[in-house]
Structures are given as C-alpha cells and as structure tokens.
Ligand binder design. Structure first.
Ligand code: PEP
Ligand code: MG
Length: 561
C-alpha cells in the first residue's frame, strides 16, 4: 500500500447490510451482508449468538410486593447455577470443576438468605442481589489468600444473577448446546482463550487485525472477522456465514448453503494438510517456517499438520492470562518443559504483559496510556523478580529436557536494555539470546543491537502500531496498520541488512509473516525466518515455492518504491 498524501481519505471499509451480490459463490442466496476485516482464514456458517455485556443496574424502583421480589431473587440464582452446571457438563475436565464450584457459590444459602432479607427491607430483586453479592465479596476478600482472590469470581456471578433478575441475556460465554458463531462487541484475550469447541467462528464489532484476540483465533484455526459494524444489531439465532479471509458476513443462509460452506471448508483444510517440507523459494533459497504458539497444547494440536521447522515465538504470557495468582517457579518449569519436549527448536519470549494482555497477578498500576507504558520488558522496572524467576525457570526447563531454547525479550527499546537482558539470560546458561524489534527506536539501532544479542525477531504487529501511532486494536485505524506501508518495510529492511552484515538471523514473527502475499516480500527484504500461526504455514510455503528469490526482491523493491 502506498503512502497517502495529506488530506487523502483512507479507504473506507465496505460496511452495513447490502443486497446479495450476483457473482455466485457460497453466499449467493444470502438475504443481506455485512463486511469487516478478515483476520483468520477459513469459512464457517451457523446460528449466531451475541456475547452479552454485563447488565447496567437500573435506578431502584419502589417495591409493592416483597414476596414477588424474593421469588425473583431465588429464580435468578437458581438460573445462574443451572447455566453453570450445564456448561460444566459440556466442558468436562478441569474447566468443569471450576464451573461446578462457581455454581455452588450461586447456590449458597447464605447468599440467597441475605438477598431475600434485603427484599423484605424494600429493595427490588436486582438491587437486593447487588447488595448481597457486595457483602459476600467483602467477606471473602477479608479472608485474604486464595479465598480472597476468589472474590473477583463473584463479580461474574453477580452480573449473571442481575441479568437473570432483569430478564436480560446472561453475560459471559454462551453454551447453547449446539455449534454457533460467537458475535461480540469485543472479546478479551481471556474470553478467546476460554472458547469451547462449539464455537464455529468469531465476529466482533470492534478490534483490529493484530489484536491479541485475532491472534488467538488464528492460533486456534477459528475463522474470525473483526471491525464488522452492525453485526451486534443482528438477532441471536440468525444463521450467518463467515469468511475469515475476505471479512464478509452473509446473513440468513439456508440449511443447504450452511452445509455447503462446511463441506468446502473441510475440503480446503484437507488440501492444505497435504503441504509438507521446509520453506524454500522456487530457486531453493531456504526460509525457515516456524510456529507461533501459546502453549504445549497448541503444538500438540497443530504442529504435525503444519510440518514447520520449530517454534519461532512461544508467547509465554498466554499461559497465564486468566491467573490471579503468580505461577510458581515449578509451574513455570513444567509449562516450558512441556513445550521444549514437543519440538526441537523453540524461541521463548519472556512475559509480554500490559495493554491488551493484562496479567492480573502482576497487579500493575492503571496507566493513562498503557500501550506506551510499562509493558513487555519494561515490567522489570517495577517488578524485577518476575523476569529473573522466569529466566531461572526457562533455564531449569532447558536443563531438565536437554533442550537449547533461544530466549528473547519483548518491547526492547534501547541497546542498554538489550545488553542487560542478554547478560542476565547468559548468566543462567541460556546460549542464544535475542530481542524483539517492535519499537522504531530498536529497528533504527538494529546493527548496534546485534552487537549485544544473537538474533532479532521483528514483531510487525507492534512495530506497525508504534511506527504509525495507531492503536493495533482500533478498528477505524486498520488501514494505517497495514504492514505493506513503505515506512514499516524500510524498518524491516534496516533490520534484515543489519543481520546480513552481522551474519545473524533476523526473522519476522508478527502476523505479517503468515500472510501468503506478504511473506515473499519479507523474504525479498532479507529476513531469514517467518514465524506464524500453524494454520498459516501451508499457504505461506506454497507462496514461497512459486517465486524465485529475485522475484521476491523485485516485489519488495516495488513495495518500497
Ligand atoms: C508483534 O508485536 O508483532 C508480536 C509478535 O508480539 P505480540 O503480537 O504478541 O505483541
Ligand atoms: Mg508485540
């Protein structure tokens, strides 16, 4: 994409329902369409369900019949418990235990008694529940320790109970008992990580292409569309088709069209499953194709199918997104060792907490401008023990498995930060130390950084965010975040050239690496590896195999020009 001159309008994404297109294809019979940004390849079709926001507590109303309010209270708490038990049954395993424990809290007779008593004092059902939950929460918090931390769980139960009392849809992830397309205003990474197997696809009204929710969806191979205006206005149960490549949403598909979409998607996945072997251009120039993962489970599920050459980005913070208590040293060792035993080469990224990936257990202070605040490596300034413990755990996991992981830090800005990180990692016996290039200042000093570390990994998601001063989650700025922008490509070229001079690897691990149109261009700029969600590997492998290195360079030059 070329730079735009001042005053020129950015391309306006096609938005809002419109009549069916006449170009045939699987969406031909749709009654209407919406469009957003496709962020995770694949198609799916099914009934949609909206993720409800927490209910707003209306102004208290005068109570004429306290008995009726008390009955509403009891019914609401019972409905919450029933919903959680139903989800537990569907989830099984550890998730079931957690959901059952929550259901038991909703059924706690003391909670019910307190809320009923409050209705007797003249409170309506919703306010009685609100006050009873607040009291319960306070009592738990006062206990401190593990039970104190469970106090936050009560908030979810409170929202659910109040919604039930007000006759509103229950907030939180739905569990209708059949496959569905999840539609939401926005989704947190923790919501996305907790999605069950009954979710066919994701569509959100907000969000950008490199938001962590999009990344998690891609990691799971779930078709996803973000920045889709109007989708929350559709009724629950509407059968929609989702194209995670084009960003198109077709409204009102018939049963046979829905089945057709499923069959076509199965066929596409089967075709890509046959793609094998190391990454090479048509004339044999090697490009390592690596995986972005968040846990050993990602590896177990997808690595064999992708047939990649290792893991290029292990996002360790994804292991602990919903944790309210810090993971212990032993727990970290076990989680890292699981990944090290699953594949030969792993690049581990130390915790990248902050902004859209808050780690509650860190207890970081609220910030005015979190993307420019204490995130990534910068957390070490406030909480030095966290990085040291993690490096110890990585080193211990390496020793116990015999693996030789490469370790890199996120959000490195200065040469001083890089050299301090390298010193601390090497002191623990970690052999290959690198840094991510996500901040323009780091890209501009790539040559100097490579005097301190063994490799660079370019995080194009954040590098675009910080180069163009455009929030990576902001749906209205998505065009600015397009990694084809020459300014971003120039920064990548600087890093690749520094790597070539130093004889050290420089890879890309941002979402750009998994785009089959962009991957050849990145190779043309000189990057030596591409790390991506496992589902992206086959298409990128195919794209590289179709072009010589010179053709990749021509494409890169054309984009720079
Ligand atoms: C990036 O910024 O490109 C990157 C790979 O890191 P993350 O998306 O996890 O911030
Ligand atoms: Mg990043």
């Amino acid at each position: 994409m070329p730079d735009r001159s001042p005053g020129e309008r950015p391309p306006t994404p096609d938005r809002g329902p419109r009549p069916p297109a006449s170009d045939g294809g699987p969406w031909e019979g749709a009654a209407g369409r919406l469009s957003g940004l496709g962020v995770s390849q694949g198609r799916a079709a099914g009934p949609m369900i909206r993720l409800a926001d927490p209910p707003e507590l209306p102004a208290p109303r005068p109570v004429a019949d306290p008995g009726a309010e008390a009955a509403t209270v009891a019914k609401a708490l019972a409905a919450v418990a029933a919903e959680l038990n139903r989800r537990a049954l569907a989830a099984g395993g550890e998730a079931a235990e957690i959901l059952e424990a929550l259901a038991m809290i909703a059924e706690d007779p003391m909670l019910l008694e307190e809320a009923e008593r409050l209705t007797g004092d003249g409170h309506d059902a919703a306010h009685a529940l609100d006050a009873a939950f607040a009291k319960h929460r306070e009592a738990l918090a006062a206990l401190g320790g593990y039970l104190g931390e469970r106090a936050a769980d009560l908030d979810d139960l409170r929202h659910r109970a109040i919604a039930a009392a007000l006759g509103l849809p229950m907030p939180g992830l739905p569990s209708p008992g059949h496959p569905y397309v999840l539609v939401a205003t926005d989704l947190s990474p923790a919501d996305t990580a907790g999605l069950g197997p009954d979710v066919l696809a994701l569509v959100t009204e907000h969000g950008g292409p490199t938001s962590h929710t999009a990344i998690l969806a891609r990691g799971r191979g779930l078709p996803a569309v973000v920045a889709c205006a109007g989708v929350m206005d559709l009724a629950d149960g509407t059968v929609i088709g989702v194209d995670g490549g084009t960003g198109e949403i077709a409204i009102g598909l018939t049963e046979s069209e829905t089945a057709e979409v499923g069959q076509a998607e199965d066929a596409r996945r089967a075709r890509l499953r046959t793609s094998r072997g190391p990454g090479r251009t048509a004339d044999g120039h090697p490009v390592r194709l690596l995986l972005n993962i968040g846990s050993a489970a990602d590896l177990e599920r997808d690595a064999a199918q992708a047939d990649a050459e290792g893991v290029g980005l292990f996002r360790t913070e994804f292991l602990f997104l919903d944790r309210k208590q810090a993971p212990s040293f032993e727990e970290q060792v076990a989680a890292y060792a699981d990944v090290f035993s699953g594949t030969e080469q792993v690049v581990v990224r130390t915790l990248d907490a902050g902004t859209d990936k808050p780690l509650p257990f860190l207890g970081l202070p609220q910030e005015q401008n979190p993307a420019l605040g204490v995130r990534g490596l910068r957390v070490d300034r406030l909480l030095p023990g966290v990085l040291d413990t993690q490096l110890d755990a990585i080193a211990e996991a390496a020793r116990s498995t015999g693996a030789e992981p490469w370790v890199m830090a996120p959000m490195v800005t200065t040469v001083g930060e890089a050299s301090d990180f390298a010193r601390r990692a090497r002191a623990r016996g970690i052999g290959r130390v690198g840094v991510m290039v996500e901040v323009p200042a780091a890209a501009l000093r790539a040559g100097r950084l490579l005097q301190e570390v063994d490799f660079l990994s370019i995080g194009t998601n954040d590098l675009a965010q910080y180069t163009f001063a455009a929030d990576r989650q902001h749906s209205a700025l998505a065009d600015l975040l397009d990694p084809r922008q020459p300014a971003l490509l120039e920064l990548i070229a600087l890093c690749a050239e520094a790597g070539r001079r130093a004889g050290k690897p420089v890879g890309v691990c941002g979402e750009a690496a998994g785009d089959p149109l962009l991957a050849p261009l990145l190779v043309g700029l000189g990057v030596t590896s591409l790390s991506m969600a496992p589902v992206c590997v086959p298409a990128v492998r195919e794209a590289l195999a179709g072009l010589t290195l010179d053709e990749c360079r021509d494409r890169a030059q054309a984009a720079l020009d």
